[in-house]
Design a protein around this ligand. Sequence first.
Ligand code: IPE
Ligand code: IPE
Ligand code: MG
Length: 258
Amino acid sequence: MQNRENSMSENALRNIDLNKVPKHIAIIMDGNGRWAQMRGMPRTMGHRAGVEALKRIVKFCHKIGVKYLTVYAFSTENWKRPQSEIGILMSLLKEYVRKQLDELHTNNVRIEILGDLSPLSADVKEAIYYACERTKNNSGLVFNLALNYGGRAELVNAVKQIVDDVQKGKLICSEITENTLEKYLFTKNCPDPELLIRTSGEMRLSNFLLWQVAYSEIVVVPECWPDFNENSLVEAVRIFQNRERRFGGIKKVEQTND
Ligand code: IPE
Ligand code: IPE
Ligand code: MG
C-alpha cells in the first residue's frame, strides 16, 4: 500500500516544476470533525486521523524542497469548543511532538511556534519547548506550528511591543514601515507564504496569518484534512504554478505592448 502510494505521488510530481515549488506553504487543516462524523465516528477520531495526515505532509514537504511549512493547529477561537475536545487536541499535539521529534530532528527540520503558549498546560508547553530547543540549529524545513494562534491577536501584540519600543526611544514613530511591523510578528523570521491551502471546502481565513497572506495564492480543496495526501499537495502546487501573480501590477506582455 505504502509503495503504491509512493509511486502515485512520484507520478504526480511530473505535473509540477520542482524548481518552482513555493518556498513557504501555509495550511488551514480543516474538516477533521466532519471526516469522522461522515464515518459515524466521534470527532476525536478525526483529529487522530488528522495527525497521520500531518505526518505525511511534513515528510513530503521536506522531500519536495519546501523551505517553510506553517500549519494551523489551534486557533485563539478554538477555546470555544467543549473542554473534552480541547483536551484531546492538546494531548494529541503533545503526543505528536514527542513521538515525531527524533524523526523530525534527523530530517534536519526546525520546529517553531506561532502563537501564545502561556494558557497551555505545563506538560504540553514542556514538550513543545523541548522540541523547539532541540531542533533550533537545524537548517532544513522550518515547521511552524500555529498554536493558540490568531492573526488579530498577533497584530495587537505587535502594536503593543511597538508602542513600548517607541516609548523607550528604541523606535521613532515616523520611521515605522511595513518592514518594521513584520519584525514584531510571530513570523518575523519567515517570508510570506506564496501558497495558502485550506481543506474541507471552507472559503475563509478564520483569523489565520491575516497580515502575511496579503498576496498569497489561496487554494481551497474539497477533501477533509485526514484525506489530504501527497497527491493533494502536488495538485495544490500545480494550481499555484498555473496562477499569474501580479501583486497589483499588470501582465508583463501588456506592459511591453504599450
Ligand atoms: C480542524 O478540524 C482541526 C482543528 C480546528 C483543531 P475541525 O475540528 O475544525 O473539523 P470540522 O471543521 O468541524 O469538520
Ligand atoms: C480553523 O478551523 C482553525 C484550525 C484549523 C486550527 P476552524 O474549524 O476553527 O474554523 P471555522 O470555525 O470553521 O471558521
Ligand atoms: Mg473546522
